[in-house]
Structure formats: structure tokens, C-alpha cells
Design a protein around this ligand. Structure first.
Ligand code: ZN
Length: 300
């Protein structure tokens, strides 16, 4: 397992972590400047932040600083109410793919969607099986586009508390079943073959509780392990979406999980992704980044 204790070369910042600092209007370009100033070599930006900063301006600033992407957030939201919205979903995901290519992302992260309408507060039906069938179809279609532009897709299983409104893929096993159904990617020795066209993003916040986690990480192997996200699970958790903890402040044994993904051949960035309305978003952005660096060394 890599030693993170003396530097932060494998730290990536998911830019949502410092997106809403109170009294500090950081746009994406400001975040990139702040990361570069602290020797942070990678980020994972969100599409709305890129849209606000401008796609070409973002690409130019990344290049100027020599900052890489550890992923691009996000595509997906495949579940829909009918033919018109099905086409809109596909078009939007194609645009996300194009943006990911322009920015040189290693993968497009997919949050697959829950029951249609639920995120807006009114689920159109209760058939989660039907929603999962739409996800299967949506990924199959997007995979055709993704293969054409050589952009890997990373399915991110979300904690089951989000099954209704954000993602009806809730375990690593379920995500890998989709991978195996839609993409034949024989496992090869680490370092010999590149990433699979379809893989997974392992976010410790979503999967830490799963008794099958270690076995499913082994099953994924290095070709399907496309991204590794870290933060911590606080007790108590006060908000289902925006109360994620800084690494080391909660109950997730992050080094243990990192050991498993690295034993499976993952050698990429540890991406810090913290949504924290009542704590970290209330602090000065530079302080948050400094804390991410410190905790990356001692708690990841
Ligand atoms: Zn994540």
C-alpha cells in the first residue's frame, strides 16, 4: 500500500468540497488556482461549475497549472418518464462525454438516478425494478457513445438511503453485475491492460458498511476500479446529503478500504468529496484545502 504520510501527490479534490464557502465566492478557476498554489495535482469538477467557468477556460487553466482530473462529475440520471425525456437524458449524457474528453478526464462518473420524479419531490411510480431496467438500458446506450470517444464510464453505487431519489444502484455488487452484463472486460495483470470501458467509482461514504465490500473490490480488479472517493461518516449524521465528514472525523476505516483497492491494483488518486453545509462549507476555502492535505496524510 502506498505511503501517503509524507506528501500529497495522490490527493485529488472533488471541487464540490469547496464550492459553497460562505462569504467567499470561489468559482472553479479560483479553486484550480488555490489547488495549484498548494501542490494539489488533481481535481474532479462538476458540470455546473465547468459551465459557469466556461469549458475552454477550464481546460486552459488546468493545462496552465498542470492539474489532472481524477474524474468528471457527473453523467447518469438515466431514469425517465417517457420517450421525450429518454432522448433528453441521452443528449445530455453525450454532452457530458464531450466535456469529459475536452478536459482530459480519465472517466465520466455516473450517478444513475432513482424513481423518476422523486428528486423533484414527487415520484411518478413505486416500481424500483422498472427504474433499474431503465438504468440498464441507459448505460448500454451511453456505452456505445463512450466507446466511440474512448471515455470510460464509472458507475458510482450510492448508499441505499438515496435509492428513491438519486441512485437505484446501491451496492458495488450491483454495479459490477451491470458492468459484467454490459461490458466484457477480462481481468488482466495489473499494469498490463488499461481501464475497462465500464467500471465503478468506489466512494467509501456509500459502501463502507457493506459486508461484501472487500470481496467485491477484489472482483472489480484494477480494470474496473476507475475512481476512489473519500470522506467520512459522522455519528450522528444530521443531513442525508450535506453532512459528510472530513477524513478522520467519523467511523469509516478509510486506510483499510484503500488497502483493498490498492491490493486489487488501483493506483490512482484518493479524491476528497465532502458536502458539508454546517461545517466545511462554512470555513475559508484555504483552510479546508489545508485540512484535506493534512488528513490525506494521516487518515487516508
Ligand atoms: Zn463520490
Amino acid at each position: 500500500m502506498r505511503d501517503f504520510s509524507t506528501d500529497h501527490r495522490w490527493l485529488s479534490i472533488n471541487t464540490a468540497t469547496v464550492r459553497r464557502q460562505h462569504g467567499q465566492d470561489w468559482g472553479l478557476l479560483d479553486i484550480l488556482d488555490a489547488c495549484a498554489a498548494r501542490g494539489i495535482r488533481a481535481v474532479s469538477p462538476w458540470r455546473d461549475q465547468v459551465a459557469a467557468a466556461g469549458l475552454q477556460a477550464t481546460a486552459a487553466r488546468l493545462k496552465q497549472h498542470g492539474i489532472e482530473l481524477s474524474g468528471y462529475c457527473r453523467g447518469g440520471m438515466f431514469t425517465h418518464a417517457g420517450a421525450a425525456s429518454r432522448q433528453a437524458v441521452r443528449d445530455d449524457n453525450r454532452r457530458a462525454l464531450d466535456e469529459a474528453c475536452t478536459l482530459g478526464a480519465p472517466c465520466l462518473v455516473l450517478v444513475v438516478g432513482g424513481l423518476p420524479g422523486a428528486l423533484q419531490g414527487h415520484a411518478l411510480h413505486k416500481d424500483i425494478g422498472a427504474a433499474r431496467a431503465q438504468v440498464h438500458e441507459g448505460i448500454a446506450l451511453l456505452l456505445e457513445d463512450a466507446r466511440r470517444v474512448s471515455m470510460p464510464l464509472a458507475i458510482e453505487p450510492l448508499h441505499p438511503m438515496y435509492a428513491a431519489d438519486r441512485a437505484c444502484v446501491n451496492t458495488l455488487e450491483q454495479a459490477l453485475d451491470l458492468c459484467d452484463e454490459l461490458d466484457l472486460a477480462p481481468a488482466g495483470p495489473a499494469g498490463v491492460s488499461g481501464p475497462a470501458a465500464l467500471g465503478v467509482a468506489v466512494d467509501v461514504y456509500h459502501v463502507w458498511w457493506d459486508p461484501k465490500l472487500q470481496a467485491q473490490i477484489e472482483r472489480a480488479g484494477h480494470r474496473r476500479l476507475l475512481a476512489f472517493h473519500v470522506c467520512d461518516w459522522l455519528v450522528p449524521t444530521r443531513d442525508l446529503l450535506n453532512d459528510r465528514g472530513m477524513m478522520g472525523d467519523g467511523v469509516i476505516d478509510i486506510p483499510r478500504v484503500r488497502g483493498w483497492v490498492e491490493a486489487a491494483g488501483f493506483a490512482g488518486y484518493s479524491e476528497v468529496e465532502i458536502f458539508s453545509a454546517e461545517n466545511w462549507w462554512k470555513r475559508e476555502g484555504g483552510e479546508v484545502l489545508a485540512t484535506c492535505i493534512e488528513r490525506h496524510r494521516c487518515a487516508v
